[in-house]
Design a protein around this ligand. Structure first.
Ligand SMILES: C[S@@+](CC[C@H](N)C(=O)[O-])C[C@H]1O[C@@H](n2cnc3c(N)ncnc32)[C@H](O)[C@@H]1O
Length: 272
């Protein structure tokens, strides 16, 4: 059983796996009349894999965000539900802006950029990623979304801590979104994270702020006057990330936002 191995949500995960094996939506499982022996054996195999702490999303092969799903697997960070709040906040901010320019820093699978492109076909969406394996997933997901009819995003291979990244866009961006690596090095994490998320996607120096420091500076340069930034952060960063944003004279309206569990989760600011 999934419970023995300490999986957080064993029933929900088992239901997703059953739905995956049976080729139905999870909500339709009670309507499945009969399950054959082969399906049961496949399900047992997948349940064992999950009990070994292989992430559910690696077994399913996909992860949701907004109205889309992206493919995920070894070599790329699995998008998390809490990042939906960053997406929602960002989309709300550009609601009244025609043809907004949006930048997703540290894009990983491309998930935030692609969810924005799906929700806002009129937007020009740029995404930056440093890791070659993650970039390959982002390209794959981007191709799939274009096939599905979404506006193509512009994918950049780059290091957000390097000088000159996206220099052409300076002063022209309406919205910067960023879910960077932010866990302080050495913090104990679940086996799904330790063994399956790339280290550089999760950890970022002793205080977890190495990449965020650069992202704050980059966002301040990229944004146009009135443009906004949202940066997801560790729950220990509820004061430090707003402080980094407030330290930039060109940024105002600095605020921190909580997730559903009431933990500090992302910080936002507006360029003056
Ligand atoms: C926490 S993951 C988030 C991925 C995606 N935004 C999401 O929400 O699922 C952080 C991503 O940042 C990338 N990354 C780490 N350092 C970077 C850097 N200096 N420049 C660009 N990307 C970086 C990692 O490779 C990883 O894909």
């Amino acid at each position: 059983m999934l419970t023995a191995a300490g999986v957080d949500s064993p029933r929900v995960d088992a239901e997703y796996l059953a739905a995956h094996v049976l080729g139905v939506e999870r909500s339709r499982l009670p309507l499945v009349p009969m399950v054959d022996q082969q399906a049961l054996e496949t399900l047992h195999k997948l349940v064992r894999k999950r009990a070994e702490r292989v992430p559910l999303q690696h077994i399913l092969g996909w992860s949701p965000m907004g109205a889309i799903t992206v493919d995920v697997g070894p070599g790329v960070f699995i998008p998390r539900p809490e990042t939906e709040f960053v997406l929602e906040w960002g989309l709300q901010q550009v609601k009244g802006v025609e043809r907004p320019v949006v930048v997703d820093l540290c894009t990983g699978s491309g998930v935030l950029a692609l969810a924005v492109a799906n929700a806002r076909p009129d937007a020009t969406v740029h995404a930056v990623e440093k890791d070659v394996d993650a970039l390959a997933w982002a390209r794959h997901n981007s191709d799939a979304r274009v096939q599905a009819g979404d506006t193509p995003i512009r994918l950049h291979s780059g290091d957000v801590t390097a000088p000159g990244v996206l220099a052409d866009l300076e002063g022209s961006v309406d919205l910067v979104l960023c879910n960077p690596p932010y866990v302080p090095e050495g913090t104990p994490v679940q086996p799904e994270v330790a063994d399956h998320d790339p280290h550089a996607a999760v950890f970022s120096g002793a205080d977890g702020l190495d990449v965020i420091r650069s992202v704050v500076a980059l966002a301040a340069r990229l944004l146009k006057s009135g443009g906004v930034v949202a940066i997801e952060h560790d729950d220990s960063h509820g004061e430090s990330v707003p402080a980094l944003l407030s330290a930039r004279r060109v940024l105002t309206e600095v605020a921190d936002h909580q997730d559903l569990a009431g933990r500090p989760r992302f910080a936002t600011a507006r360029k003056v």
